[in-house]
Design a protein around this ligand. Sequence first.
Ligand code: ZN
Length: 68
Amino acid sequence: MKTVKVDWLGDCEKCGVESALVETENGKEDWLYEGDKVTCCCGHTGHVEILPCEPVAYAVWDELPEAE
Ligand SMILES: [Zn+2]
């Protein structure tokens, strides 16, 4: 496993930052795999999903805790 920094997965749902760190086995800065773990600099986490018909990866963020 290695960690790469990407800025094309979409904004973090918590803080709006566009770049995130992704833990990936075989991916790289411009190519990620389904299920790779995404972590934002604010600590929010999610995972990578791939569109069914196109090689387009995007971040699916974990549910945010209830706003206080
Ligand atoms: Zn964030």
